[in-house]
Design a protein around this ligand. Sequence first.
Ligand SMILES: [Mn+2]
Length: 569
Amino acid sequence: MQGLTRVWKEPTGNSTENALVSRILTARGIISAEEHRSFLDPKLSTLEDPSELPDAEKAGAILCEYLRAGKKVLIYGDYDADGITASSVLYHVIATATKKPGPPIYIPNRMSEGYGINPEAIEQFAKDGIDLVISVDCGVTAVEAAEKANEIGLTLIVTDHHRPRDDGKLPDCAALVHPGIDEEPKTLFAGVGVAYQLAWAFARTWSGSQQVTKELSKCLLDMLPLVAIGTIADMVPLENGNRILARWGLQLLPSTTNAGLLAIMKQLDTPKMKLNSSHISFGIAPLLNAVGRLAHAAKAVDLLTHLDGPLAESAAKALADLNRKRQKVQRDIIENAIEQIETEKLYDNKIIVLQNDDWNRGVVGVAAGKCIETHYRPTILLSGDGDELVGSARSIEGFSIFDALSSCEDLLLKFGGHDMAAGLSVARENYDAFVSAITKYANENIKPEQLIKTVKPDVIATQKEIKYATAVEIEKMGPFGIGNPSPIVQFSKVRVDSVSTMGNGGAHMSLQIGTSNDRIRCIWWNNGDYAPKLIRGMEIDVVAKIKVNEFRGRRTAELDLLDIALPSG
Ligand SMILES: [Mn+2]
């Protein structure tokens, strides 16, 4: 079916029996009544046991032994939101166990050191008298750093969730805690999820029992908001253990006692009630990620581990300022790129490649993603530094940008990533050749229909089913994100009762469907332009998400429209 802005695929489920939420769950392969119950109310006790995570118990025992012997431990983290939260979680659990400030945390500099564990840092730690280094959210590819550690007699524990090296070489270290080395795990934990499982295993060994001490048990519960932040920020699928951690973390976030987190939430005006995953993915996570991109992620780690009172307030304000700077830099790149795409009609090709030396390489990836929203073509944005151009690629569904880059491998200095997103660098002298090669590849491999946005509803429903209680039930399917998208429902032949626009310049459409005594309000964000096409009394089809709306204390169900189809003929 053809809507005003997208092609509608057949809904996954077409039954109209049973309650709407049951139909959605069934359409998603969650079949039995018992499965429905446990999905809507996931218990923390159903989280995988740390004994299921390879080497977690071994690593926990080594950490315990070193701390008890009074040896010096250091946490080596990554500079993104996942790495920052993972480092903080491990810090707090160790601090609670030892009743002392936690171990030092080392985060490499994104620009000068880059990702992962570098051997030079390992050498420095040895000089500083460190006995044990535990990495979080990095290290699975650190074969050289592990060699260096062995050479100088420093113990290394790696905890990570990234892909090992293509040659299959793993770091030779005391323990390698990773969910997916030998087999596909039940949960694709983020770095923070892996660190959390290790922290739990450690807490057991420290407590000398499967049942951890009261202090450690409280601490592990207190860490869940940080775990939720890292998990949602890292865009791992919100399935199984990840969904449990995200769900419980979100629930506990408003009552967190972490002074840094509270200060960040105050800066962002995060609501105290009804938090959902978008408050993390569009609020807290970008703020934490901005620090590593524009300054140094250690600032965020300090805030989440030991700052308090006015110090926490001013540090959080500094992070919020950096985040605003990042937003501005990003907006400028997007504006700049879109202008160039329009004037040079780059959308005539099936891929868009742009380069500008003034662009900040830390934010071109996010900007490339935003460009796709406008032109819906795979997009590569590169910044420049001397002879080398460095950048990020983002793709559309059904076209592997990794395969596309592989096809012009000989023109690239470096590249890596997956189907939807990748990073690359290219020598300036090869730029033009690279642009023609990848454009040729894309023009040959992308079919015209792949360049049209589609929507696939979960189920069909009637307007009568749009009730406040149903909207509340649907919220229980969350948190929504990668691996657990917000349900999409198709409604046929609903009556337009009134239509208007709202927002700056009539940017958004506000629509009432039904009849005056049984009306539902619908909002179509950024599509106010289509309002004149709708006439009172007209019967239209819509695809939408059902949301709870709160207005002056009154809660109702409302639709967030994704597309409208006009009556044919
Ligand atoms: Mn990660």
